[in-house]
Ligand binder design. Structure first.
Ligand SMILES: Cc1ncc(COP(=O)(O)O)c(C=O)c1O
Length: 381
């Protein structure tokens, strides 16, 4: 027998209560019963996004929400500034190019955050840039970009949008959409929303909807204007992901009950505990100056194969963490602490890491990482 623990940056664990809610007999989506659930979820999503504007709930993964933002807000030939500091920043560029947008890229060294001054300078130089496309948390490098500082560059301009992929940021740390003036804010269900994959949520500012009026990109399934109209009638344009939306309503209720500030504080405590633990174990963080509270990335010790380490922790110890991608393949380990994750999940992850590293022949003193985590985790009690 092996008990399994899921501590990767998505999909994340689904609370048992939410799984049971979703196991209800299927509802028809064009009924008053489902409309009430849909409307409640859409209303509570505004609390999570900290916005008065509509939040669209789309049946797709997060990437669909990103693609929808490109096709609904821009036109072929429009120039967009892509912050490329990892796999997901790179994806902004690929989607934009697929629809004929002109991409100017700021390449950011992996593990670092974009410098808002570099963005400001580029905007000054290229006055026809119509959008900044960025990640709140670049999951591939565990780095957080300075969204508030970027919003200061866009919010007073009516010809420039700030489009934020917050797929591992929203519900983890503070991203007040209206207060900062974020124009499009995207998340996916399988991260801090504690649900299976299959939903993308997109919040859109009034400015974004003005861009939508002028946008000429080809589109059909992701049509924000059509979805907004349907949302007003408590429904969606096409068959919604009924069970996931039932789960979403339950999760949003519990987030509301806990309170956003407490949700952020919980994620921050788990993140600091994980960072303290890995530091105590002598592991070097991959994003030491701008770590996101969603996941902690560390370089594996010299001589250890990161790929084999992740496999051993998963297959022998039952704990699923994530490895590095692309240039960091085999070199990096990522421990996630977002969503339905609590104190003892961190203890389990660190303990498993100590044991697996020892088994792989690395120098490990048992309990060093766990003790350092416990020191921080005690703050919660
Ligand atoms: C920051 C970020 N952007 C985009 C995505 C892509 O989301 P999906 O796999 O749900 O399409 C992910 C998924 O891990 C992510 O972490």
């Amino acid at each position: 027998m092996k008990k399994r623990y899921l501590l990767a940056p998505g999909p994340t664990p689904v609370p048992e209560t939410v799984a049971l809610e979703m196991a209800q007999p299927m509802l028809h989506h064009r009924t008053p019963q489902f409309s009430a659930i849909f409307a409640e979820a859409a209303e509570d999503a505004k609390y999570l996004f900290q916005t008065q504007q509509d939040v669209l709930i789309l049946a797709s993964t997060g990437t669909g929400g990103m693609e929808g933002c490109i096709t609904n807000l821009f036109s072929p030939g429009d120039k967009v500034l892509v912050v490329n500091g990892g796999k997901f920043g790179e994806r902004w560029g690929k989607i934009s190019e697929a629809y004929g947008l002109k991409v100017v890229e700021i390449k950011v060294e992996w593990g670092t955050a974009v410098d808002p001054k570099a963005v400001e300078a580029l905007l000054e130089k290229e006055k026809d840039i119509r959008g900044i496309l960025v990640q709140a948390s670049e999951t591939s490098t565990t780095a957080a970009h300075p969204i508030e500082a970027l919003s200061r560059l866009t919010r007073d301009r009516d010809d420039l949008l700030l489009v934020v992929d917050a797929i591992t940021g929203l519900g983890v740390f503070n991203l007040p959409m209206d207060e900062w003036g974020i124009d499009a804010l995207i998340t996916g269900s399988q991260k801090a929303l504690e649900l299976p994959p299959g939903l993308a949520l997109v919040g859109l500012s009034k400015k974004a909807m003005k861009f939508n009026e002028k946008s000429t990109c080809p589109r059909f399934y992701f049509d924000f204007k059509k979805e907004k109209k349907n949302l007003a009638d408590k429904t969606s344009a096409y068959t919604p992901a009924v069970s996931l939306i039932i789960g979403l309503r339950a999760v949003l209720k519990s987030i509301k009950e806990e309170g956003l500030e407490n949700v952020f504080a919980r994620h921050n405590r788990l993140a600091r505990a994980t960072r303290a633990a890995t530091q105590a174990m002598g592991l070097k963080m991959v994003a030491p100056d701008c770590p996101a509270d969603s996941a902690t990335g560390v370089f594996v010790p010299e001589g250890v194969d990161g790929g084999k380490l992740v496999k051993m922790i998963r297959d022998e110890f039952g704990v699923t963490l994530a490895g590095g991608q692309d240039q960091w393949k085999g070199k990096v380990l990522r421990i996630a602490h977002l969503g339905y994750v609590d104190t003892f999940d961190v203890v389990i992850a660190i303990s498993a890491l100590e044991m697996a590293l020892k088994k792989m022949g690395a120098k490990v003193e048992f309990g060093r990482g766990v003790a350092a985590a416990q020191e921080v985790l005690m703050e919660g009690y």
